[in-house]
Design a protein around this ligand. Structure first.
Ligand code: FNR
Length: 380
């Protein structure tokens, strides 16, 4: 209702409502390098496109006459009570989008109680991000370094800084074939935008011959050597569990057999994701991968999903197919580009209002009512 009310207070600087308009304005503000880094995918971007098409292949089957005056969108997850089943995805290098970078996004999230997942590849350190968020819910995303002492140090720092879960991203031991970045000769890391957590890390600094303040290029080159770890296997998860008692959530699972292995090796949660179509081009749409993974995990751990969510109906469909919660990536980054902290807040407000209305108009008062019976394949 508050969002409708804004229409009656004409303001030339009013922020956009439509996702497409946010993206268009972000395109106008950002240079090709950063814009295409954010908006683009890998290869021919088939998976970026599939992520969207997958949502269109499901239809909602609304119910009526159900007294939807009061709705409960709250979700208990890993000990936190969240205002809704929506959180902000880990996204690195946010200083290429807005001068305040992750601090703006984290502040917006904290002001709404929406969980923020801080990326290993943030421009700002995890401690700075945690500080601006206060007690608000926050998780830390780990890019597992090939240097074990750095991986251990990151996890310990995160726990110490007040993050309450570790999200381990498994689909990015190395960067994929990203044609737009190759065309633009643009990788934010190579200009030092994503190494805030590394420059502040004692284990990373111990591997440098010269402090990064004196040799920033040397630090960046060292980062390229230690960032990813293509040699990891399921057995390594046990080692990670010795670093922390926080829940460990595996991000980037698409195969149901991997979901079963995640359970076998003691993961506390799964995020079904293809990294927004930025890793394996041609990979299955995240929404299409979701049902088999929900089935394979059989309610033993929460299954979350991201990749392609743009509107309230998309959130509804993901929940109906068994996701406990969803993560929002690029829409927040377009909000950040357009209006910093208030842009991210407005994007999330719009999305949550849209989702709440979709619930009400579909006859759902509680998240438990958003189930398989509420949707049908469009091409039945
Ligand atoms: C990402 N993503 C990502 N994931 C992660 O685990 N660590 C990271 O540092 C990043 N960095 C990152 C940068 C940019 C610019 C984008 C667009 C994405 C992936 C992200 O967490 C999420 O999986 C996708 O963004 C979800 O897809 P949508 O919502 O963007 O379609």
């Amino acid at each position: 209702f508050n969002i409708y009310k804004q229409i009656h207070s004409p303001d030339p600087n009013r922020l956009p409502t439509q996702f497409e308009e946010w993206q268009k304005q972000a395109r106008e503000i950002l240079e090709d390098g950063p814009y295409e880094y954010v908006a683009g995918g890998s290869g021919g971007e088939d998976t970026v496109q599939s992520n969207r098409e997958a949502f269109k292949r499901w239809n909602i089957l609304p119910r009526v006459f159900r007294n939807v005056e009061d709705r409960n969108l709250k979700l208990g997850l890993f000990g936190d009570m969240l205002p809704s089943p929506v959180m902000i995805a880990p996204i690195g290098v946010q200083s290429i989008i807005h001068k305040d970078g992750e601090l703006a996004t984290a502040r917006a999230a904290a002001s709404m109680g929406v969980p923020y997942i801080a990326s290993s590849a943030s421009t700002h350190s995890m401690e700075e991000i945690a500080e601006v968020m206060g007690d608000a819910p926050k998780w830390f995303q780990l890019y597992w370094s090939s240097e074990p002492s750095i991986a251990k140090s990151f996890v310990e720092r995160a726990e110490h800084a007040g993050y309450t879960a570790i999200v381990v991203t498994l689909d990015t031991p190395m960067m994929a074939w990203r044609e737009l970045d190759l065309k633009n000769v643009y990788l934010p890391f190579l200009i030092g935008e994503g190494i805030g957590n590394y420059l502040t890390d004692p284990a990373f600094r111990a591997g440098l011959r010269v402090p990064p303040e004196e040799d920033s290029m040397g630090a960046i080159m060292h980062w390229t050597r230690v960032f990813g770890h293509a040699g990891l296997t399921w057995e390594d998860l046990a080692e990670l569990k010795t670093y922390t008692s926080l829940p460990i959530i595996l991000k980037g699972i698409l195969h149901p057999e991997d979901a079963k292995l995640a359970l076998k090796y003691g993961a506390d949660g799964i995020i079904v994701s293809n990294h927004g179509g930025r890793q394996v081009d041609g990979a299955i749409a995240a929404l299409d991968a979701l049902p088999a993974i929900v089935e394979a995990t059989n309610n033993q751990v929460p299954v979350l999903m991201d990749s392609g969510i743009r509107r309230g109906a998309d959130i509804f469909k993901a929940l109906a197919l068994g996701a406990k919660a969803v993560l929002i990536g690029r829409p927040c980054m377009y909000g950040l580009a357009v209006a910093g902290e208030s842009g991210v807040r407005q994007v999330m407000n719009n999305l949550l209002a849209d989702f709440d209305l979709t619930m009400a108009l579909s006859g759902c008062r509680d998240l438990n009512e958003v189930n398989k019976g509420m949707i049908l394949p469009a091409d039945r």
